[in-house]
Structure formats: structure tokens, C-alpha cells
Design a protein around this ligand. Structure first.
Ligand code: NAP
Ligand code: MG
Length: 497
């Protein structure tokens, strides 16, 4: 296994390329402007990245449209698209160390997580969608003997994908896997903080045989490159993952321009509901810690509200603290570290402000509650458990997107269901019970896109992921259902003479 020292050495030796990837090649922005990408664990500049704007987006869209119209990808044999995407998955696997290092450096994520999960899962996701490419059937309608009525799915055309910084490679894979599988051209706008792994995957896609123009990456700010994609008259669909507030802007962009399709995966304030019948709190504690603190809580499906009956509260808190004691905070390049740095200073200050407000509103700090490792210049926050939280407090309602979880006590199970649903979000929820009847009955009453029972998670690649209420709009990521949003449905009605 590569040691901390060796990773630091690799990081020091790496040359980083922050140029955009448009029409099959790396390039600077039309304005020649750049912006700095920082290392969240030190606050130091990693590399300058191309600041793309409207002109660059125009160029990427024109290349995407030309490629689409040429049919080089859009009407290529499905078996060919499959083979190319399988090659891309293979190349991602072969570059796991390099891509994991980029994610750890740029996103502050623990290197061990990037190696074990982010990069292999990204490859697995592309592979999964690649395999579906030549196994999709269309339909004929039951319209009678004198007609052949075909219902077919066609690729929608030019797709913009606007991405967040918390799982840069994985969220990229969730979008490009299905979008490229069905034959679209895709233009990706990564979050400003995390462009590097996306750019390298674009290099690898080109190497794998994705034709020029079919997959471009415009790096830059949301205000500039993101908005230009959202408003572009020749973009047919934008698939977005990020905050609910930004997601809503894309609906405005669409309404104000060409009525492009919009698919949104947004925030969450996800409940973990512990029922009174649960006997083994050790298993709950293990998973509840992962739900709350995995990826520093910078996770849209983070289980940030623990709804617990009074009979279980003290014991579960104690057990979670014991689990958390094994979760070290530190340099993301240290393979023993489970908690890295938060993405940027502004976000770190926001998370600390949430913590201060919770204290002021009367929540009790069980552990954590402060900044950590300030001497590094990085943005570390101690994993924080709050107790005595009531459903009205801000900490129980607002998405923190940091390593903070709150305990809310309930009296009756009906109260737990009401509190679980009392949020504008509906992305994910976890339910803990030893009773299979309660599991089914209560899971069906929780308004969330994914409900896991007796575990935390997001299912697997075969399950759709997305939110109810203000957690999502217009479609789902993952699974065969993700393919629908990247297609138009066409009826061809052929009257027989
Ligand atoms: P964000 O600020 O909404 O940004 C998401 C993307 O939108 C970034 O690429 C961003 O660009 C861009 N953007 C920002 N302002 C824009 C504008 N005015 N017009 C067009 N594009 C714009 O979210 P984030 O801070 O990156 O990520 C955290 C949020 O994402 C959390 O709320 C979390 O819940 C959510 N999230 C949801 C999921 C899910 O699957 N449901 C997954 C991960 C994260 P720049 O930042 O580069 O300016
Ligand atoms: Mg942002």
C-alpha cells in the first residue's frame, strides 16, 4: 500500500493541466483568463484553470452539434458505443491512482476513499451503462393490423451537465454514462473547485475513442460557463447536480430561452429514523456515523437528522461516539485518515456558522463543534454531534453539508414519521427496525426518493437515485431509468396500404 509519504511525493511531482477540453483537444479559454484551484487541506494554489465563458461554451456547443448531426456517435452501432465506453471504464481503472490523487488534492477527500470508492465506482458506472447500450429495445403500439406504429427513443441531442464538487468523478459518471450510452453529445461544466479529474477523464474518453466534440469540458464559474450552458439556444437538455437554489435557476434559464429539458438533483436534509424495537444499536451506530460523516458530510444524501425514541437516545449517542473515535481527521493524503478538509473557506465558514447558530438556539454539543487543524491553513472541522435538537431549530431544517449531525427525540412513531417528512427536501432516508411489517409500512410513508432499511446508502447502479419535493426535478440518475431523461420519445405511424 502506498504510504502517506509516498502520496505526498507523488503530489509534489505531479504536473497538473488546467486547460479546458473542447472539440477533442485541450485549450485555454477564449479570453485567456484563468482562476486558481486551491488545495482545501492547505489553502495553497494547486494550478490555474481555464476560465471559460460564453464564447467557449458557444464553441463547445457548435462542436457538439456538428458531431451529433454527423452521426459519428449518435447513430453509430450501439455495439460500437458500448465498446468505446467499456474502453473508457478500463482506462479509468488503469488510472485509478492518478485520478484518486487529483480528487484528494482538489476536493480534500481522503485518498483511501477515492481509491476504494470514488474512482472504481465511476468506472463501474460507465461500464454498467456501456453494457446497457446494446440491450435496449423499443416498442410497437397495439394499434391494429393496417398500421405499423413504432415507439422509439432517440438521443435528445446536445446535453449540458453542470456538476458539484463533492463527488467530482462519480457525479460525472452518473451523467455521462447514460447520456453517452444513448448517443448524445455532452458538454460538462465541473464545479470551479474540482475540474482536474473531469479533465483527465475527458482525455481518457478521447483516447478510448469518443469522437471529438461528443464530450467536451468547459471549466469556469457557474455564473459564467454554467449560465451560458443553461441559456444556450442550441443545448437540448441540462442535467444538474448541486444546490436547490442553483437548480431553480436552470428552470428560469430554460423558460427564458428554448424550453430545454432540465433535470435536477439537489439537496437533502435526510432523516435516519430509529424505531423503538431495534435491539442491536452497535450496527446502527456504525452506519449512522457513516451516514452523517462520510465525505465530511459533504453529501446530498447525508443522514443529518437522527430521529430517536428517548429509550434509545443515550445509548446510541455513546455508541456513535465510540465509532467516531476511530475516524481520524487529517491530511487527505494520509491513508489512515477518514475525514479530510471541507471544500473551501467560504463553505467552511458557513458550516462553522451553522454550528454556532445551533449552540445559540440551545442545541447541546456532544462532541466536536469547532474548527480543527487550523495550523495547516486548511479547512478542517471536527465531526460534531448535537443533542437536544428540536424540529424547529435551524440545524434540524437547513442543509449544512458538513460533518454535523443532530439528535431529535420523538415520543410516538407517528411523530417520527411526521418529523421525517417535515422538510422541503425528499432525497433519502434510513429506517431502522427489527420488524419487517414496520419496515414496509413506514418506508412507504416516508417521502423520499431512496429509503434504505437497516443500512445507509444509495442502493447500487441498478437503482434510480433522485429526490422528491425540492430535492429533484425531471428525472433520475443511475439505472435504466436514467436513460429516459436523455432521450426523446418518438411515434412513427406507418399506414399500410
Ligand atoms: P452549487 O453551488 O449549486 O453548484 C453546482 C454547480 O452549479 C457548480 O458547477 C456551480 O458552478 C454551478 N452554478 C453555481 N451558480 C450557478 C449559476 N448562477 N448558473 C449556473 N450554474 C451555476 O452546489 P455546490 O456548492 O457545488 O454543491 C453543493 C450542493 O449540491 C449541496 O446543496 C448538495 O446537496 C447538492 N448535491 C446534490 C446531489 C444530488 O445528487 N442530489 C449530489 C451532490 C451535491 P461554480 O460553483 O463553479 O460556480
Ligand atoms: Mg459552488
Amino acid at each position: 500500500m502506498t504510504t502517506h509519504q509516498e502520496w505526498k511525493q507523488k503530489a509534489a511531482e505531479r504536473s497538473l493541466d488546467g486547460r479546458a477540453f473542447i472539440a477533442g483537444e485541450r485549450c485555454g479559454s477564449a479570453s485567456s483568463e484563468t482562476f486558481a484551484t486551491l488545495n482545501p487541506a492547505s489553502g495553497k494554489v494547486l494550478v490555474e484553470v481555464a476560465a471559460c465563458g460564453e464564447k467557449d461554451v458557444d464553441r463547445a456547443v457548435a462542436a457538439a452539434r456538428n458531431a451529433f448531426e454527423s452521426g459519428v456517435w449518435s447513430t453509430a452501432a450501439p455495439a460500437h458505443r458500448k465498446a468505446v465506453l467499456l474502453r473508457l471504464a478500463q482506462l479509468i481503472d488503469e488510472h485509478t491512482d492518478e485520478l484518486a490523487l487529483l480528487e484528494a488534492l482538489e476536493a480534500g477527500k481522503p485518498i483511501s476513499e477515492c481509491l476504494a470508492l470514488d474512482i472504481p465506482e465511476s468506472a463501474a458506472c460507465i461500464r454498467w451503462h456501456a453494457e446497457v447500450t446494446d440491450k435496449r429495445y423499443d416498442a410497437l403500439s397495439p394499434s391494429g393490423a393496417d398500421v405499423v406504429s413504432m415507439i422509439t427513443r432517440e438521443p435528445i441531442g446536445v446535453v449540458g451537465a453542470v456538476l458539484p464538487w463533492n463527488f467530482p468523478a462519480l457525479m460525472l459518471a452518473w451523467k455521462i454514462g447514460p447520456a453517452l450510452s444513448v448517443g448524445n453529445s455532452v458538454i460538462v461544466k465541473p464545479a470551479e473547485q474540482t475540474s482536474l479529474s473531469t479533465l483527465r477523464i475527458a482525455d481518457l474518453a478521447f483516447e478510448a475513442g469518443v469522437p471529438a466534440g461528443v464530450f467536451s469540458v468547459v471549466t469556469g464559474s457557474g455564473e459564467s460557463a454554467g449560465q451560458a450552458l443553461g441559456r444556450h439556444p442550441d443545448v437540448d437538455l441540462v442535467a444538474f447536480t448541486g444546490s436547490t437554489a442553483t437548480g431553480k435557476r436552470f428552470l428560469h434559464y430554460s423558460a427564458d430561452t428554448n424550453l430545454k429539458r432540465v433535470v435536477l438533483e439537489c439537496g437533502g436534509k435526510n432523516p435516519q429514523v430509529i424505531l423503538p424495537d431495534v435491539a442491536n444499536l452497535d450496527a446502527v451506530a456504525e452506519q449512522a456515523v457513516a451516514a452523517a460523516f462520510w465525505n465530511m458530510g459533504e453529501n446530498c444524501s447525508a443522514g443529518s437528522r437522527i430521529l430517536v425514541p428517548s429509550s434509545k437516545r443515550a445509548e446510541l449517542i455513546e455508541k456513535m461516539q465510540a465509532v467516531l473515535a476511530g475516524w481520524r481527521t487529517g491530511d487527505p493524503l494520509d491513508p489512515d485518515v477518514k475525514l479530510g478538509a471541507l471544500i473551501e473557506q467560504k463553505h467552511y465558514e458557513k458550516v462553522l456558522a451553522h454550528i454556532e447558530k445551533a449552540k445559540e438556539q440551545g442545541a447541546r454539543v456532544v462532541c466536536g463543534g469547532r474548527a480543527a487543524l487550523t495550523e495547516t491553513g486548511g479547512w478542517f472541522v471536527e465531526p460534531t454531534i448535537f443533542d437536544q435538537v428540536t424540529p424547529e431549530m435551524a440545524i434540524a431544517r437547513e442543509e449544512v453539508f458538513g460533518p454535523v449531525v443532530c439528535f431529535i427525540e420523538y415520543d410516538e412513531v407517528e411523530d417520527a414519521i411526521r418529523i421525517a417528512n417535515d422538510t422541503c427536501y425528499g432525497l433519502a432516508a434510513s429506517l431502522w427496525t427489527d420488524n419487517v411489517n414496520s419496515a414496509h409500512k413506514i418506508a412507504s410513508r416516508i417521502r423520499a426518493g431512496t429509503v434504505t432499511v437497516n443500512c445507509f446508502g444509495e442502493g447500487d447502479l441498478a437503482t434510480p437515485f433522485g429526490g422528491f419535493k425540492q430535492s429533484g426535478f425531471g428525472g433520475r440518475d443511475k439505472s435504466v431509468y436514467a436513460h429516459d431523461q436523455y432521450c426523446e420519445l418518438k411515434t412513427t405511424w406507418l399506414k399500410l396500404a
